[in-house]
Design a protein around this ligand. Structure first.
Ligand code: PAF
Length: 299
């Protein structure tokens, strides 16, 4: 049995534990002393117990084969830095939003890092259970610019077959999917977070000029990064806003809860890429600065 260590047992971690717990032994790294683990995953009328356990503090990390990093992009470096050396033999899978954290981890452990992305959703029910709140597409594949070792490739392949409850597919170019998600998040997330909107409220005509201006900047940066996006990007943003109309974006949820947000890995990433390519990004910078101003002070 594969020993897997989850870092960040939240919504995505719970979905992936449910997905793979018949094929691997799920352990959770206790990154803080008061960590509690979601007990069950509720999917429609069915409740599925999650079989993960806290990793004992005195256990030998050499027993771990796979590390699943399921925390937010802004937490990755703090959460994993001390584990890079003791888990340098393992295969790692990173599932966070945005861009920047993935490249950083892949550069630390070349040939051992898989990238993942999902449009599945889950949310805490407040009683220790997690509810699957949306079905979607989950992809895993090699990190851009790094080929995988044979061991990591085989382990990655074993995660996509046979099928579990969530459809998971192998994709040789997860980066292009991450760019598309980044583009949509860079519009929906900061505007809904700053103005306390539901995603669907972005469909009002008053936002159309802002959405178009952001999409134009994002497309120019993406093209300079050799990741061209579809010409109808603004329309695709509106489609996602429509499909998730009653949702609060993940950034709005973080801001409303007074937590750190992922803006540095979404709009901030695009602003930095634009700067390096000599592209002006006034609207992306505007939203980046606004959301940075909402980051809680470091304690
Ligand atoms: O970050 C999120 O909340 C989601 O990626 C999206 C697409 C904005 C829908 O809420």
């Amino acid at each position: 049995m594969i020993n897997a260590l989850f870092i960040g047992p939240g919504a995505i971690g719970s979905l992936l534990c449910w997905q793979w717990q018949t094929r691997l032994s799920p352990w959770v790294y206790p990154h803080r002393p008061d960590l509690t683990l979601p007990s069950d995953l509720v999917d429609g009328p069915n409740t599925h117990p999650l079989h993960w356990q806290l990793w004992p503090t005195d256990a030998d990390f050499r027993r771990i084969d796979l590390v699943l990093v399921c925390c937010k992009a802004n937490q990755v470096a703090d959460a994993v830095t001390a584990l890079l050396e003791p888990l340098s033999h393992a295969t790692w899978l990173l599932t966070c939003n945005g861009l920047g954290a993935q490249q950083w981890l892949a550069d630390q452990l070349p040939s051992q890092v898989l990238w993942g992305t999902t449009t599945e959703g889950a949310r805490p029910l407040g009683d220790g259970r997690m509810q699957r709140s949306g079905t979607g597409q989950t992809l895993i594949g090699p990190a851009a610019a790094h080929s995988l070792s044979n061991r990591s490739f085989s382990l990655g392949q074993s995660l996509v077959t046979p099928a579990g409850p969530i459809p998971v597919d192998w994709h040789d170019d997860v980066l292009s999917t991450l760019w598309m998600k980044l583009a949509i998040n860079a519009v929906i997330n900061p505007v809904t977070a700053w103005h306390s909107l539901t995603n669907g409220e972005l469909l009002a005509s008053q936002w159309r000029a802002e959405i178009d201006a952001l999409c134009a900047e994002i497309s120019e940066v993406a093209t300079a990064c050799q990741q061209p996006l579809p010409d109808d990007l603004a329309q695709r943003v509106l489609t996602v806003a429509q499909q998730t109309a009653t949702n609060h974006s993940s950034m709005r949820v973080d801001v409303d809860a007074g937590r750190a947000n992922e803006i540095d890995f979404i709009n901030g990433y695009l602003v930095r890429q634009g700067y390096e390519a000599g592209i002006k990004t006034p609207r992306l910078s505007h939203w980046h600065q606004r959301l940075v101003s909402l980051q809680p002070a470091l304690t």
